[in-house]
Write a protein that binds this ligand. Structure first.
Ligand code: UD1
Ligand code: CA
Length: 474
């Protein structure tokens, strides 16, 4: 196709005032990516020679995002002349003078637009040797959009912005979707000819199409059948609508790929998450960032997993997990808080009211109840008793502890870091481990138990306890 002669301009220099936000509009996220990220992902996938985002408002923030995630794009700053036409005019300065071919223009605030739609526009555009090809949509409520005026033969005539439209023109439900393919030379010449003589005092890109028509070139106006693809985000109501539609589509895609999702309305999957076949997602599951779930695993209800690799046949219930690795056949939750740097080995368990951080837990090892495990390495097939605290913080610095394999630690232990417990060692209930424990030893730090006979009868006379004790010893 035209790939040697294709440039894509992504407009993102607008103010986005209707969002009422300190975050620039196109950096608001849906499905784990900013709106601009979705637009740039599509632009990049077209395989163009150049992808040119045009920015102006909050330029530093946008620039930082683009440089971090799309470093090959060629950022252009729009000057103070307003309007989509001016934005494109500025963008053309990013192309070499000898460039020829097609220029695609999209917007940073239209996140669901897909590669296929643009590719089929380019096909029609090239087949008809058109000067411009634009996308339209039929909206039952066209408020706010530019209206498409066609002649009696149904051919494209012009675009009228709502502010400039007559009452009659406002009745038209076919709108300009804001996605265009232009012939580079036709675009360049037309931009030079258009003015800011309109209600907004802006240089409209929409006037370019009319200008190109005047020169005798063909302008195609193709209607999209799926309106969501061209839905723009101008405020937070539209942000939510587009976000939930995208999520619905993502869930549907995974269901068709073999994932059971019992309640898609309460299941949220970022575009960056990857799921294997026979995964089951129960209500209230959120899979965020670079997250992978292996075959046969069941996640939920009420689980938030971020940037985590989960193996196969894992069960995670009512828990929060981030920045971690959970290997095959292990179980997590209910009510576990797994923080970055946790690595749970195969067949392991992190159970109820357990918090972990920077903890490497070996194959088959278990931390079943009420514990904090921070900055630790635990060997294989070790059991950490209920209510164990790894005291990793001395008030100034964090310290690391090492627990061996096949260790059995008693309930209600404190491991005062740094401390090492050897393979096969035991610790008694209530032990505060301050010194290393050699392999196979039993560590005990509690004082031997003394029972003071008849203490209750003597010291708490006439109480129910004293009466019960008397009865029992009669
Ligand atoms: C624009 C179209 C309208 C169309 C609609 C589709 C024009 C004049 N109007 O209206 O016909 O129906 O999109 O969504 O083009 N931008 C810049 N520089 C600017 C102004 C805007 O880069 O000076 C960017 C914005 O960041 C945004 C895009 O261009 O990404 C569209 O601008 P916006 O103000 O949202 O235009 P609409 O009013 O939606
Ligand atoms: Ca818009």
């Amino acid at each position: 196709m035209s790939e040697q002669h294709l440039a894509v301009i992504v407009l993102a220099a607008g103010e986005g005032t209707r969002m009422r936000s300190s975050t620039p509009k196109v950096l608001h996220e849906i499905a784990g990516l900013p709106l601009l990220g979705h637009a740039l992902a599509t632009a990049t996938a077209l395989g163009a020679q150049k992808v040119i985002p045009v920015i102006r408002h909050e330029a530093e923030k946008l620039e930082a995002f683009i440089n971090a995630y799309y470093p090959n794009s060629h950022i252009i700053h729009q000057d103070e002349i307003p309007g989509t036409g001016r934005a494109v005019e500025c963008a053309l300065s990013g192309l070499p003078a000898e460039f020829s071919g097609a220029v695609v223009v999209t917007s940073g605030d239209v996140p669901l637009l897909d590669v296929q739609t643009i590719e089929s526009m380019i096909d029609v555009h090239l087949q008809t040797s058109a000067g411009a090809t634009l996308l339209t949509a039929s909206f039952s409520d066209p408020t706010g959009y530019g209206r498409i005026i066609r002649d009696q033969d149904g051919l494209f005539g012009s675009i009228v912005e709502e502010r400039d439209a007559t009452e009659q023109e406002r009745e038209i439900t076919e709108v300009n979707a804001g996605v265009y393919v232009f012939d580079f030379k036709a675009l360049k010449n037309a931009l030079a000819a258009i003015t800011t003589h309109n209600a907004a005092g802006e240089k409209y890109l929409t006037d370019v199409a009319v200008e190109i028509l005047k020169t005798g070139s063909q302008v195609n106006a193709l209607q999209v059948s799926d309106n969501w693809l061209v839905a723009g985000v101008n405020n937070r109501v539209q942000l939510q609508q587009v976000s939930s539609e995208l999520n619905r589509r993502i869930c549907e895609g995974w269901m068709l790929a073999g994932v059971t999702i019992t309640q898609p309305e309460s299941t949220f999957i970022d575009v960056t998450a990857v799921l294997a076949e026979d995964v089951t997602l129960l209500p209230g599951t959120h899979l965020k960032g670079i997250t992978r779930i292996g075959q046969g695993s069941t996640i939920g209800p009420e689980v938030v997993i971020t940037d985590t690799q989960v193996g196969s046949n894992v069960s995670i219930t009512k828990s929060q997990v981030s920045g971690s690795v959970i290997e095959d056949d292990s179980t997590v939750g209910p009510f576990s808080y797994i923080r970055p740097g946790t690595h749970l080995g195969a067949g392991g368990k992190i159970g109820t009211f357990v918090e972990t951080k920077n903890a490497v837990i070996g194959t088959g090892s278990k931390i079943p109840h009420l514990s904090y495990v921070g900055d630790a390495t635990i060997g294989e097939h070790t059991n950490i008793g209920a209510g164990t605290i790894f005291a990793n913080y001395d008030g100034v610095n964090k310290h690391h502890s090492v627990i061996g394999s096949h260790v059995r630690s008693g309930s209600h232990n404190v491991f005062v870091a740094p401390v090492t417990i050897g393979d096969g060692a035991y610790t008694a209930a209530g032990t505060v481990v301050r010194k290393d424990v050699e392999p196979g030893a039993l560590a005990m730090s509690v004082a031997p138990q003394r029972n003071l006979a008849e203490w209750v009868i003597a010291k708490r006379p006439n109480t129910a306890s004293a009466d019960a004790a008397k009865k029992a010893t009669e």
